[in-house]
Design a binder for this molecule. Structure first.
Ligand SMILES: Cc1ncc(COP(=O)(O)O)c(C=O)c1O
Length: 394
């Protein structure tokens, strides 16, 4: 059984989360706590370690042969966990989801075309679009009854002939919104009506808490299948981000052919063997580990929300239905975003992701990664309590 309370020393191990704190945040304290980038401080499932150990002990690490077992493992997992039927023939592995998004843009759009985002949203979307010489079309989310909602009427008024693609994050990062079937069907109908390609990034689909169920776009909106690419990965779920393997999945053979052509043109049609072995093992053996993880993360989420809201009166932590990325609005504290960030960095020595990274609507927020052993989380919460002590009066 995995002990999620075990504190594993990651500093000095090339762990970006721990070893890039000073470079990325300016916090130079030796005891800084990283709550930014989305990886976890837990050991991967035992089946993954076992598969990697077998590979390491054999000692031969030549080119990886894609026999089809990886795509089968992915499809088996999606069927078993989410009731969604993917055919292995629809799957294109890529070196991570973000690189897949860039390849998709190259395959289906031209420089200068527009890509719709629903901010605040995962910051790498905001990098990969201009990085590929495409333009961001922001359709800001609204806060309705304590959760995010898309405003498709407003978006309709913003579209131009250059709008070609929609990046949809489902479940949503940040905020952990699990979109309803109704919301996804409306978005899909919108994409069909306006001739847009829908990219449904479902990398967080497994990290959904008990109260909610992930809704697969393909399942609830089959009419969009021909203009839909779903992106998924084992890396976020099983803490294998360094493996850098993801998948683009589409049932449209023409679309898949265009994407595969871009993948081949970049020399990416041959895969990192360690990443493939680790992620396949995760899908084949990780069920029980994931169930235990979600129980542990739910306790972390509840503890975090309760303590942060008590520590700094006026803060609001959006109730997470999915993801381990707590999304906290500090606007009600009366402090400016700069002052809040300064207290969190300097007094608490915690690196949280600034909300402004996520685009319009994120300015007064911070995102805290709570996927860490309870002793680290408790230390972080003590420090936050201290950093906002004066706001609580006596
Ligand atoms: C919505 C979303 N997509 C993609 C990624 C990263 O994917 P990868 O590491 O496979 O590029 C993340 C990481 O947090 C994410 O939140």
């Amino acid at each position: 059984m995995v002990d999620f309370n075990e504190v594993i020393a990651r500093r000095g191990t090339h762990a970006m989360k721990w070893d890039m704190i000073a470079a990325r945040s300016g916090i130079d304290a030796d005891d800084a706590i990283p709550m930014w980038v989305a990886d976890m401080d837990f050991r991967a499932p035992p089946g993954v370690t076992e598969a990697l150990r077998t590979e390491i002990e054999r000692g031969t690490h030549g080119y990886y042969a894609d026999t089809g077992s990886w795509s089968e493992a992915l499809c088996g997992w999606m069927e078993r966990r989410h009731g969604v039927t993917f055919d292995p023939a629809w799957v294109s592995p890529t070196p991570g989801v973000v690189s897949g998004l860039g390849l998709i843009l190259q395959a289906v759009s031209e420089p200068g075309d527009e890509v719709v985002l629903f901010p605040p949203v995962y910051h790498a979307f905001r990098r990969i679009i201009p990085g590929n010489d495409r333009r961001i079309l922001d359709a800001p989310l609204n806060l309705v009854d304590g959760r995010y909602a898309m405003d498709l009427d407003a978006l309709a008024g913003m579209l131009t002939p250059r709008t070609k693609v929609v990046f949809f994050c489902s479940p949503h990062n940040p905020g952990g919104t699990v979109w309803t079937a109704d919301e996804i069907q409306q978005l899909s109908a919108f994409c069909i009506e306006h001739d847009l390609l829908l990219v449904s990034d479902e990398i967080h689909c497994d990290l959904v808490f008990d109260e909610a169920t992930h809704v697969s776009t393909l399942n609830v909106a089959p009419a969009i299948a021909d203009r839909l690419i779903t992106t998924v990965a084992a890396t976020k779920t099983f803490n294998l981000a360094g493996a850098h393997v993801g998948a683009c999945v589409t049932s449209n053979p023409e679309l898949k052919k265009r994407l595969d052509k871009r993948i081949a043109a970049s020399g990416l049609g041959s895969y990192n063997g360690f990443g493939m072995i680790a992620t396949e093992a995760a899908w084949r053996t990780g069920d029980d580990w994931l169930d235990s993880l979600m129980t542990y993360l739910a306790q972390n989420r509840d503890l975090f929300d309760q303590c942060i809201e008590a520590a700094a009166p006026g803060t609001w932590s959006m109730p997470l239905a999915a993801t381990y990325l707590a999304w906290v609005d500090f606007s009600g504290t009366g402090l400016s975003p700069g002052l809040v960030e300064e207290r969190v960095k300097s007094t608490a020595r915690i690196f949280a992701s600034p909300g402004s990274q996520f685009g319009p609507g994120g300015e007064s927020w911070l995102r805290f990664n709570i996927a860490t052993p309870r002793p680290i989380l408790e230390e972080a919460l003590d420090r936050l309590d201290d950093a906002f002590r004066d706001l609580r009066g006596s």
